[in-house]
Design a protein around this ligand. Sequence first.
Ligand SMILES: [Zn+2]
Length: 309
Amino acid sequence: MRKLLPFALLLGAAIPASAGSQERLPVIDVHMHAPSSPGRVEDFQPELHSWITMMDNLNVRLSVLSGVPDILFAWHQETGDRVIPSLLFPCENGVSFNWGRPCFEDGGDWPDIDRLREDIEAGRIRALGEMGPQYLGLSPSDEAFEPYFALAEEYDLPVFIHMGPGPPFSAYEENPFDVRSPNYRAAAGNPLLLEEVLLRHPRVRVVVLHAGWPLADEMVLMLYQHPQLYAEVGLLQWTDIFPRDEYYSFLRRLVRAGFADRILFGSDTMLEEGIDAILEADFLTDEQKAGILCKNAAELLRLGEEICR
Ligand SMILES: [Zn+2]
């Protein structure tokens, strides 16, 4: 399983001789990761270039790029306005979840608020997430996140929160990822746990990454109750873990409930597989596919529809 972990797929993915990106539907990827493994930033240049080529070939117009500061800032500098840089946190024992890249200069697990404010004002950070409270067994409404939601509200930043599936057997030794997550709790991935923080900060746009799988009923109920909430489907395209029927019946449940216009595409580094899974879903109309792949994200990010033409 290890060699098939998502980021490895990015590294090894073949780029098809493209028929030309203009023939493909435009895409906004709201869930891309800068490398989260340890290592010198410059050593990841090949990954950066293969990702840029893949964005070109697959007609990806914009990506929300999540990472810890050093590599996030470096990759943003090289990609400019094709990327919305987004800060990944909290960390655990000073390193990022799953992969172990050291996070902050002070060695802590949480971003310093004054420093974060500077980075936001300088345009180095334009979104918050992937936030992973579940990796620490925390609810997203835990007071530890309160200063960050307050900042998101003050600067009108979208917030991206991991809810639902982490690695299989996350809290056990059997967890196949480089860094174990003994504090991971399934129960902390219930979308209902967002309710208090959403009500405290009703103007903050919040995206549930992985859509809280498999809790479709809870996700539907939260979309029904909270207009500022979106669901993103990254990771669910990974057929090693999620049988395609399971992904589709989960996605269909959200669509059937009437929320196709608040479902977002995210690759979680598996770009081509993720796009193809949406394109091949025969229960989606062409309009719904275009919405999920691009227009809904343009709306969330307040970019106007131009970017999706
Ligand atoms: Zn995640």
